[in-house]
Structure formats: structure tokens, C-alpha cells
Design a protein around this ligand. Sequence first.
Ligand code: SF4
Ligand code: F3S
Ligand code: FES
Length: 232
Amino acid sequence: MQISMKIRRYDPEKDARPHWQEFNLDVAPTERVLDVLNQIKWELDGSLTYRRSCAHGICGSDAMMINGMNRLACKILVKDLGDKITVEPLRGLPVLKDLIVDMEPFFDSYRAILPYFINDDPPPPRERLQSVEDRARFDDTTKCILCAACTTSCPVFWTNGRYIGPAAIVNAHRFIFDSRDEGSAERLRVLNDANGLWRCRTAYNCTEACPRGIPITKVIEETKRELIWQRM
Ligand code: SF4
Ligand code: F3S
Ligand code: FES
């Protein structure tokens, strides 16, 4: 199959601004966008720069905008995109080079919500037991791979980079709704900030972008309700 792949390129050491570069290639329809990027890098232009690691949708490192939507390059097949493909870096984060963005602002928000189990009670002799129903309350939000596809597809984040963003809310939800955890009040306080979850305008872009199928907008609404219940 003959395809044209246009890639938004930027090298801060050479370019005043980003530009498009087009590659015309012969690829199998069942190849993934990551395979095509590898082909370009290994056979045509070794300077092409992008993140990737697992190549199986687990590590979250190759989220990028493909034909206008945030997706993982290792999960999307050429045949599902057609013969004209555009690839750009995620929006709303500073571009370091080509398809690599600076993830630090994203991880700052993640760290702010205390993404770890908090419980100072002495540990029981065996595991901390939890009912099946209680475990189910946060099952969806355990699936996040921190790819940033959600936060960087959010129009609120594009206009206000200080908005904590859906990924941080998803990861706060994972612990707030864990019956064994005791750090919820602190997490809800962080989310109640002027740039916290009330900035969400229910745009749904995040839910559509999530490669793990997490119902993010519903998760945000549940967390908003919890804040109201807690009268914070
Ligand atoms: Fe990626 Fe989904 Fe996690 Fe957002 S919630 S960072 S889109 S896996
Ligand atoms: Fe943004 Fe998702 Fe809310 S796209 S506005 S965080 S529903
Ligand atoms: Fe790990 Fe795509 S390379 S998710």
C-alpha cells in the first residue's frame, strides 16, 4: 500500500519554527504507525525523534496526534487511517524535538495528587481486605498508563496549562475511592484548587482519546460529587 506520511518536525538547534516533512512509502496495511516511524528512522532519516518503548500499548510513551486525534502510535494500524497520515506532537506541552514533548508539567500535576496508597495504621498480619464491591469502585482508574493523551486533548488545558488535567484526576480517583486509603481529604483539597477539577467543562475529548477505555468524564463527575459530599 502506498501512503504519504506528513510529520511535524522541529529541531530547536536548527529550526526557527516547526515545519511539515512528507515521506512517501510502501507499507503493509497491517503495519502500525510506530512501524512506519521506525521504517523512516531506520531507513530514510535517522534524525527523526520520538519516544517509544514497549510497542504493545503498555508503557504509554508513544502518544501523539495522528490524523488529528491523540492515539498511541503502536496501537493504530495504517489500514484504519487511509493513505494520507499526519503525525504531530501532543498539544499543550512544550515541544523538545519533533514528536517529543516535555512531560514534566504533566507529571507535576500527577505528583500533586499524591498518587500512592496512604494508610498509617499498622499493617495487618496478612493483606488489607476489601470487598469485591469496594474494589470495583476504582477498577477503571487502575488502568491508566500515564500516556497524557487525555490531558493534551483537553481544550481547557490548551488554554490554561495550569489546569490539573484529566489524567491527574483519574489517578486521584483511583485512591479517593479505595476504601483502604486514608489520603482522600488531602487529594480532594488539591483538586478543589482554582486550577483543579472545577475547570473541567465536560468536553469529552479526554474520554475519546484514552487508549485504555477509561470513562474519564464520568470519573471526573464522580470526583466532583465526592467533593460536594465532603462539603469542601
Ligand atoms: Fe492515558 Fe487514559 Fe491515563 Fe489519560 S487516563 S493518561 S489517556 S491512559
Ligand atoms: Fe477536558 Fe475532559 Fe473535562 S476534555 S473539559 S477534562 S471532560
Ligand atoms: Fe509503549 Fe506504545 S510504545 S505504549
